[in-house]
Ligand binder design. Sequence first.
Ligand code: ADP
Ligand code: MG
Length: 660
Amino acid sequence: MAKIQILDEHIANQIAAGEVVERPSSVVKELVENAIDAGSTKVDVMVEEGGLMSIRVTDNGSGIEPEDCETAFYRHATSKLSSGRDLFQIRSLGFRGEALPSIAAVAKVQLISASSDSGLGYKVSIEGGKLKESEAAPAPKGTDLVIRELFYNTPARLKYMKTIQTELGHISDVMYRQALAHPEIGFSLRHNGNALLQTPGNGDLLQVIAAIYGNNAARAMVPIEYEDPDYTLRGFIGRPDLTRSNRNAISTVVNGRYIRNTGLQQAILRGYHTLLPIGRYPLVVLQLTMHPSLVDVNVHPAKLEVRFSKEGELNTFVETAVKGALSQHVLIPQVVKQQIGKGDSRSVIQEQFSFPSPSQAPVDTANRQEFIHSGNSAPVSGSPSREGSTAGGQGQGMDVPSVSSSMSQVRSPQVREGAAAGYAAGAGAGGSYNQKGWQNEVRTSALPKPEHIERLYESPAEAPQVPQFPELTLIGQHHGTYLIANNDTGLYLIDQHAAHERVNYEYYYEKFGSPADASQELLLPITLEFTPSDSEKLKDRLHWFESAGVILEHFGGQTFRVVSHPYWFPKGEEAAIIEEMADWVLNERSIDLAKIREKSSILCSCKASIKANQKLTQEEAVTLLRRLAACRQPYTCPHGRPIVVSFSTYDLEKLFKRVM
Ligand code: ADP
Ligand code: MG
């Protein structure tokens, strides 16, 4: 007896729904794409309870002929493909004819559509794939689809849904993407009656960027335009100082379709080259146009992936375009700043092994102040003592770690995710490991390579007991990067940038213990802007800022106001710091106090220590060493890179073959 059967249409639709309709945002995506394909100039989306209760999409497009209204819900019913050949040059967003039947299989759907201005249209209602109503109805030209109780008949899927905020976040993302891909269409999004997005639909992409990312972001964009015989590129790319912690704000649109493509993303990032700090990503909106045969969109029914037939050429095209736009519009000093950050030895000025006297030294007062940060927590005079650490257990006269032993002593097996936010500033120290020089030849193997270094511990309080920092006599400074010092037992090289970060980190960690005490009301409040959906999220998370001493207030729409922050935030970096805090507050599910304290401290210490390759006066260098000695963990920077390496007298003697 035959065992293979053809599935009935309803079951087939439910199976397809599993792929096409993953969550409420997938419904919004499919319906909005249909509206775009229908040539609409206005698309309004209204959702309730994150789309789980209802989703309504109304457009002013071509509408559906009365006799097609039922057919539209049949499987593989589409008006967009008529022959197999069309599949290789798709010009519409949809073409599979799967969306409507899939949605109708797992929800209660009502369609009202009219294909003319006669005022007469047609209405169809379907529940869980079963036709309930089909009749003429009055309607303006265009289509109105209402989806109620999504997944009401597939409880397993319903159980899978996240919070209303999460679902709304996905829906907002879908709307942002469509709006960025189609500035010529006016989109609106409302949730439970609240307006979340409204784009003008006048073709001005920059206005769409402003509606989504805020006016400040829009102001920091530079236009990009480029073409070759195969491709045309238009759009806006953000200045490198406007960065985010993830790639979500890199938008690529191909022939009006928002897509995700790793190769393209990497080409864009290569275009920025060294302009971006490590772990930071730009805001980019690129609209690419090419012949439809150069891109295969038939890769996955619902995903954003596509395939390009001339991938290498396309990527080079994009990289060149981004480079060109940046070099045309972006100021050169930022390039220099980045090179220094990368520890480029060529840009480092060779210095003498002596310090200019304070009066001779070129002093930038602002930097100076920050460098010493006139701190009042660490003792500056007297012999080094470790503030706040327990007296016991710190072996008097313990061996000073040498190159070969210090790292293993300090390193603890606990390894966790690197603090990405802080990596940028630390890059200066990292680059110098590659520098050619005697120390490299001598002990390379003992020096941890930057890319292998992980965070070593959670917080200063949890830092393992480490040997007391040695008393040192300063000899000089090398390449504006390393301090050279010695004592009876050997020679020491101290990475001044890493040392500074460590000192600052512990300073701020202490401060963030009770940040509210120092919260200072601002005369001129700082305003920050976020996307509409991030703004919704932030409104519920303002208390997280408060625990870092930052009082942030919703100021209406996408704007927030910093009412006060601790006075000891690094000067001039306050807005950048709070923006970065917002970045992780938005991306964390839950944050506890300890994490806020640690992350905020790293953030502030990075911002305050950013200047690498800085000449120090002798006084400053001595102060830095004293402060370092007073740290609980003076041997590694907050990112785990070493601060000090040493050569014992015996090591030196061996090197010079005085002993064998
Ligand atoms: P596809 O978009 O892949 O063709 P769908 O299931 O999404 O398949 O839609 C089926 C058909 O219904 C479309 O081909 C189109 O003819 C029609 N249709 C759906 N939505 C609209 C709309 N908003 N305006 C006009 N026609 C529509
Ligand atoms: Mg469709």
